[in-house]
Ligand binder design. Sequence first.
Ligand SMILES: NC(=O)c1ccc[n+]([C@@H]2O[C@H](COP(=O)([O-])OP(=O)(O)OC[C@H]3O[C@@H](n4cnc5c(N)ncnc54)[C@H](OP(=O)(O)O)[C@@H]3O)[C@@H](O)[C@H]2O)c1
Length: 335
Amino acid sequence: MAGGEMERIVLVRHIDGAPTPEDFRVERLSIPELAEGQFLAKNHFVSCDPGTRSRLSPGASYAPPLQPGAPVDGFSVGEVIASRNERFAVGDHVALTGWATHVVSNGRGYAVKLPDLGVPESLWIGLLGVPGMTAWFGLKRVAQLKAGERVLVTSAAGPVGATAGQLAKLWGASQVVGIAGGPDKCQWLRDVGFDVAVDYKAADFEAQFMAAAADGFDVMFDNVGNAMIDRALPHMKMRGRIVVSGQVADYNTPLDRVPGLKNTREFIARRLRMEGLVVFDDLPGFAAAQAELAALIKSGAVQYREEVFKGLASLPEAFCGLFTGASFGRRVVRV
Ligand SMILES: NC(=O)c1ccc[n+]([C@@H]2O[C@H](COP(=O)([O-])OP(=O)(O)OC[C@H]3O[C@@H](n4cnc5c(N)ncnc54)[C@H](OP(=O)(O)O)[C@@H]3O)[C@@H](O)[C@H]2O)c1
């Protein structure tokens, strides 16, 4: 039924600080025979997600840490090539998890049969996958964005941030400010419709930020972590909402050295709300959101950048680049 060989990426050791490619290795193994109820998919694309970092060290995360020697999970998209599961047939296109060439699945967990929306396949682990859905539901359900509001987005040139900023404009935000590292990323943000792009690596960042924050923010969509939230807190408007999407600046730092929040008194006077999300809470709404977002992408109303690496062995390097600022857009690996 199955047979043949597959490759997957495993964690070599728990990571201290920033990840390096040597923290991972490629493991070759036989593809197991399929049991009743299982199917085998061949991955076409696998993604790199900053959130994976939080599971590569022992310590606090909302998901349990991986042990050394364990296969690493990331999102993937591919095609069913053998099946003993009545819901998944050979030829079906599927979104799954696994930093691997092949995935054996029982159809439970994150195993989604993909409709044909006429978009490039890799988008199913990009804007139509977890990053895009995080932006969509972070703004709609958590922030409850209203027309005319002012929005601040951090790590704005990444797939979550760039999608959030563009959706905020489409949904009526009066001003969207993006923070990103470097002039190229900031220029791209302006090109795709952000009103203001602030370069946090520039010498005059403080002045750029203060000018952008002069009229305050109703919504902060934060992908970076506590230091940026603390900086924004005094600039939040009455009944402002802070969406805690991710903490890419803090994932490599042990919990006892992660910056804290000092400006919490702003919550009282301005009745602020800060709320995190795990995007899978919104899974029932994915299909409708994906159809709407696919239409926006096809019309050019929402734009994206993608960096495609070749071969599973390039995954560790692609992943590590998320934490150095080397990545610009969604990083995927063509398997
Ligand atoms: N809550 C959920 O369910 C959920 C789901 C998916 C993703 N997320 C989170 O959403 C966030 C964005 O994800 P993404 O996939 O779009 O990745 P991303 O924002 O593209 O992440 C990589 C980028 O982060 C920035 N960065 C790296 N280190 C930084 C630092 N020390 N300070 C500031 N910025 C830094 C860099 O851009 P610059 O060059 O601009 O610094 C880098 O290119 C992540 O925190 C992720 O964990 C949450």
